[in-house]
Ligand binder design. Structure first.
Ligand SMILES: CCN(CC)CCN(C[C@]12C[C@](c3ccc(C(F)(F)F)cc3)(C1)C2)C(=O)Cn1c(SCc2ccc(F)cc2)nc(=O)c2c1C=CC2
Length: 398
């Protein structure tokens, strides 16, 4: 880590051997395209800007909707506190070619968006992964936008068609509205969007370019033959973890999945027998309820590795970046911090993920040093869940 840049924001830098670059990619047409923030091993030389953690004010407006609070007040408050926070990566730094990197597609949670999990994405990139954090257009993100060709106001307008931004905000359920059909439609769209991002990145790897509608001088040619197409995984948080599991079932190019504090409700009628890849469930102590855990246990298998650990003292917000940015009091009040130190929790999340990825992507690194975490062995972890579950049918004494 380090790479001679002083760390200002609370978001930790990557600890691995690579300096980390970041850039935004959006393809068309309209909301049928792909939108992701790419984190990648980059060239060390030179000085680069760091990307804004929350790049547009519309994201604050969306967070207000998610919190069901007044947009003006939340925008003022969040802009004041978080408006200048940067992600510790090098904005549009040149990609570092020379080896074939494994690929991670990362899916955000309900009410989140692509930039809020940079501690996880930057750590993975620093350890030699290319990570695409997709931003979903299923109206589960607090806010997102797509670019639409503007119908020319007057046909004589000089120059080509201009693109206008169309913003989508978190679809808040009305009282009494049935949540399940919406979440099923969303998790299907989210899996499609993860697969779309995968296809675009694999095309770049094959030298086939997709136009980036966002202004960027990132040189995609450097990505040619730089992705290890046999070593691809799906990772996500909460609704994004359900999305990762759904993506495994849809596309066998994903060789394994890491489900971070999975929200299994959108998969409650899934039979899971069509999912053949290994899955690691990394749970916080405080988020879960019995039916959520029982749905994870439906994925247990004697032939496919399915592991679950619980991080003691962690909360749902121990996974996104907010956990580093709120003061101690506000953090505890809003459940952005648990009893465990946020940096210790993030080290466990990242290290157990790296160990599981090494095992199931067959990497030749030293991430196996954290294998014990996969079995729930360690000071702040336990195997399985902390919840008391009803005895499984097979255990009920006859
Ligand atoms: C209690 C009922 N619940 C409605 C479903 C309330 C909403 N909620 C808790 C919140 C959204 C939160 C938030 C806003 C804003 C700040 C800020 F002030 F720091 F900016 C921090 C934290 C408040 C986290 C959640 O949605 C929990 N959650 C999440 S949280 C993902 C997220 C969202 C926004 C973020 F900024 C960072 C991370 N992802 C999921 O996929 C699912 C769930 C629940 C089920 C499935």
């Amino acid at each position: 880590g380090g790479h001679n840049s002083v760390q200002f924001s609370g978001i930790p830098q990557g600890k691995g051997p690579h300096a980390v670059g970041s850039m935004d990619f959006m393809s068309g047409p309209s909301n049928q395209g792909s939108f992701f923030r790419l984190y990648y091993p980059c060239a060390e030389a030179g000085h680069y800007e760091e990307p804004l953690w929350i790049p547009r004010k519309e994201y604050y407006l969306g967070l207000a909707d998610t919190l069901k609070l007044n947009r003006f007040a939340v925008n003022f408050f969040l802009c004041y506190y978080f408006g200048s926070v940067k992600s510790p990566a090098r904005w549009n730094a040149p990609f570092k070619p020379g080896e074939q990197y494994p690929l991670i597609i990362f899916s955000h949670g309900l009410g989140a968006f692509r930039t809020l999990y940079s501690a996880i994405c930057i750590e993975l990139a620093s350890q030699g992964f290319v990570v695409a954090a997709v931003e979903h257009r299923d109206r589960s993100a607090s806010a997102t936008y797509y670019l639409q060709e503007k119908s020319p106001s007057d046909p004589g307008e000089p120059g080509g068609p201009t693109l206008e931004e169309v913003w989508l905000y978190n679809k808040i359920l009305k009282a009494g509205e049935d949540e399940y059909p919406l979440r099923v439609q969303q998790v299907n769209q989210r899996a499609e969007e993860c697969i779309r991002a995968l296809d675009i990145i694999l095309n770049f790897n094959a030298g086939k370019h997709t136009a980036n509608l966002l202004p960027s001088d990132f040189d995609w040619n450097l990505l040619k033959d730089s992705i290890d197409v046999q070593r691809i995984a799906a990772v996500g948080h909460s609704f994004g973890a359900a999305t990762a599991i759904k993506s495994l079932g849809r596309d066998s190019r994903f060789r394994c999945g890491v489900a971070l504090d999975a929200w299994m409700f959108p998969l409650k009628d899934e039979i899971f027998s069509n999912i053949r890849q290994p899955v690691l469930f990394v749970n916080s102590e405080k988020f879960h309820w019995v039916n959520n855990i029982l749905l994870m246990k439906k994925m247990e298998s004697t032939s496919i590795e399915r592991k679950m650990i619980t991080i003691k003292g962690a909360v749902h917000q121990s996974f996104p970046d907010f956990t580093f940015l709120a003061g101690y009091m506000v953090g505890k009040l809003f459940k952005l911090k648990g009893d465990i130190d946020p940096y210790v929790a993030m080290d466990i999340i990242n290290n157990v993920t790296l160990a599981f990825l090494q095992r199931h992507l067959d990497l030749h690194k030293d991430f196996n040093q954290w294998d014990a975490l996969i079995d729930g062995k360690g000071e702040f972890v336990m195997p399985g869940t902390n919840l008391d579950l009803p005895p499984a049918e097979s255990e009920i004494p006859q």
